[in-house]
Design a protein around this ligand. Structure first.
Ligand code: GLU
Length: 463
């Protein structure tokens, strides 16, 4: 049997991390078993669904590298099939037209409450055979009154629902539009979905869906409900815990591999391992190792993983991404690909990498006052003079020769290396933080280094 899983987002907003993780688990399960992963855009809520949201979801999945098979299916285009399913259910006695008005339903619930009962539809239209001309109706599924429906969940185990608790669900609204449970069942069946992997917030829908499958004469798929993501305080993950939209992570300079690795570990484990390449995830992932309880979002761990992936990435790849984030022209200066390795160890994300690389392409506009006061001393000028003089005469301009030169000058003046390195750093970058000074100056080039030093010294002495 070919495994076929799906991701079925409603395009009513962003792709949030919970949805992305659901998509990831569904994708991983399919890829692990050599199956297919398909997309269904559940755009039946016409008021809230937008093309823009669909695009954001597709872009987010692409960014994460979760490729899908075939073209996405748009649920809204399948309405006719949903209606056919509803009609089949009516014909076979599994569904009926309900003509109850809002007032009637309100009065019924009122009475139930007054009698201390839980309000639910009492099935009064089940046996109704008249069809009042022109009167609006909904179609309700005739759910069994007795017995149990068991969800044999691949993550949660058996979850038993008492049929008496489930009232007769509306499957077609009075405007003829299908409701979620009918549409999902009809579509999952038509799309040949073998495994439904989704958030545990849908668990309560599942017994109803199983009943619909049975009534339609279809075999239900396997279900796997993934526990929700909580914030560090144990409450359902929301904006106040940090970024929830996948686009926010992209904009904050996270790498998709890091986010995928992090999301995979959010609910799934393989021993105590934390770092998994995409390929390892595909090899190792199984629903059997998904935990039954909610996972806690841990920003530090995500940051740590991101820094890890940043260190491991090829400079050429990072250069492409960093170039897109810079507001200065990287054609004016050293090859960005050569600059990246000097910053990889010290950056947590692409934004830090871009910020760290910036000064290579733009001369300092201003100087960090505090750093200047701390590092420019009466003896500094003599050290700088000696460095500039000998730098002009160096045969070869490389990190090694520059390092040796700084060391020689400092020795000559019996000063620590920082006494010269820091003032140079400030003159060429404007601040006191940069990659190692020798590699930095080598990348900047001799002419640019000396030019910046001279300009900087003029500016500082003019103050
Ligand atoms: N469209 C539903 C949602 O976005 C998912 C339905 C499902 O996975 O069955 O929550």
């Amino acid at each position: 049997m070919t495994i076929r899983t799906r991701f079925a987002p409603s395009p009513t907003g962003m792709l949030h991390i919970g949805g992305a993780r659901t998509a990831l688990f569904s994708w991983l399960y399919a890829r692990h078993l050599g199956g297919e992963f398909v997309l269904r855009i559940e755009d039946t809520d016409l008021e809230r669904s937008t093309d823009e949201a669909t695009q954001v979801i597709l872009d987010g999945l692409k960014w994460l590298g979760l490729d899908w098979d075939g073209e996405p299916v748009f649920q809204g285009l399948r309405k006719a099939e949903h209606v056919v399913a509803a009609e089949q259910l009516i014909e076979e006695g599994h569904a009926y037209r309900c003509y109850c008005s809002r007032e009637e339903l309100d009065a019924m619930r009122e009475e139930q409450r007054a009698n201390g009962e839980k309000p639910k539809y009492d099935g009064r239209c089940r046996h109704r055979s008249d069809r009042p001309e022109g009167a609006p109706f909904v179609v309700r599924f005739r759910s069994p009154d007795e017995g149990e429906t068991v969800v044999r969940d691949m993550v949660l185990g058996d979850v038993v629902f008492n049929n008496a608790e489930l009232d007769d669900l509306i499957i077609l609204r009075s405007d003829g539009s299908p409701t979620y449970n009918l549409a999902v069942v009809a579509d999952d069946a038509a799309m040949g979905i073998t495994h439904v992997v989704r958030g545990s917030d849908h668990l309560n829908n599942t017994p109803r869906q199983i009943q619909l499958y049975q009534a339609l004469g279809l075999t239900p798929p396997q279900f796997a409900h993934i526990p929700l993501i909580h914030g560090p305080d144990g409450a359902k993950m929301s904006k106040r815990h940090g970024a929830v939209a996948i686009t926010e992570y992209r904009e904050a300079g996270f790498l998709p591999d890091a986010v995928v690795n992090y999301l995979a570990r959010l609910g799934w484990s393989h021993g105590d391992d934390e770092v998994f390449s995409r390929q390892q995830l595909v090899e190792l992932f199984d629903l059997a190792q998904v935990g039954k309880t909610a996972s806690r979002f841990d920003q530090q761990k995500l940051d740590w993983l991101n820094a890890h992936y940043l260190r491991e990435s090829a400079p050429a790849e990072l250069a492409v991404q960093v170039a897109g984030l810079m507001d200065v022209d990287t054609a004016n200066g050293p090859d960005l690909e050569a600059v990246i390795p000097t910053l990889q160890e010290r950056s947590k994300n692409l934004l830090e990498l871009a910020a760290g690389a910036r000064f290579f392409y733009q001369r300092p506009q201003a100087f960090d006052e505090k750093a200047v006061n701390k590092n420019f001393k009466p003896e500094t000028d003599a050290l700088l003079d000696a460095f500039v003089q000998q730098a002009a005469a160096l045969d070869d301009w490389s990190a090694e020769t520059i390092h040796a030169l700084i060391a020689a000058v400092c020795e000559q003046f019996e000063a620590g290396m920082g006494k010269l390195a820091q003032p140079i750093r400030i003159l060429i970058s404007g601040g006191s933080v940069s990659p190692p000074i020798d590699a930095t100056l080598a990348l900047l080039g001799r002419a640019e280094t000396l030019e910046r030093m001279q300009q900087g010294r003029e500016k500082l002495s003019a103050r």
